[in-house]
Design a protein. Structure first.
Length: 152
């Protein structure tokens, strides 16, 4: 029993070290890319394509952007914050976060190769509308409560 606990602890430590190294290698590049995004992409462009007046195309662009996001949530959340600061609608930002958890290209390709294309298409056709609907509802709720993100 003690040997099993020691083995599990050793595995946990190895995983912690592996993921810590991965984060240390990825995070600096993410912040550089987000910094370039902040400088190069105009606020007007984000407001036009992802803002309150973007209608359904805003959700389409958010899903397309989320598909290309590599690195998981520790990449998706800083990008989402940057989109919000540049004028993206709150519901579109929520769609970006939800879709980045559901339909990243590497994950989708792996899933299709493991479970089949039919399963992947069904999962995406069910998941994405639910992400959009829940994002719209959450965005409306927070807007009705006059939610604001305080600058630190």
């Amino acid at each position: 029993m003690i040997q099993y606990i020691m083995s599990a602890g050793s595995d946990i430590l190895k995983n912690f070290i592996f993921f810590s190294k991965t984060m240390i290698l990825i995070i600096p590049f993410v912040f550089v890319l987000i910094g370039l995004f902040e400088v190069w992409v105009k606020r007007e462009t984000i407001e036009k394509h992802l803002g309150n007046e973007s209608d359904l195309m805003g959700y389409f662009w958010a899903i397309l952007l989320s598909m290309t996001t590599v690195g998981g949530v520790f990449v998706a959340f800083p990008i989402a914050y940057s989109l919000f600061k540049k004028g993206a609608a709150l519901s579109v930002v929520f769609t970006y976060i939800g879709a980045s958890a559901v339909c990243r290209i590497p994950m989708t390709v792996f899933e299709a190769s493991l479970f089949g294309l039919k399963f992947t298409i069904i999962r995406l056709s069910v998941s994405l509308p639910l992400v959009i609907i829940s994002s719209i509802l959450l965005g409306r709720y927070l807007k009705s409560k006059k939610y604001e993100i305080n600058e630190a």
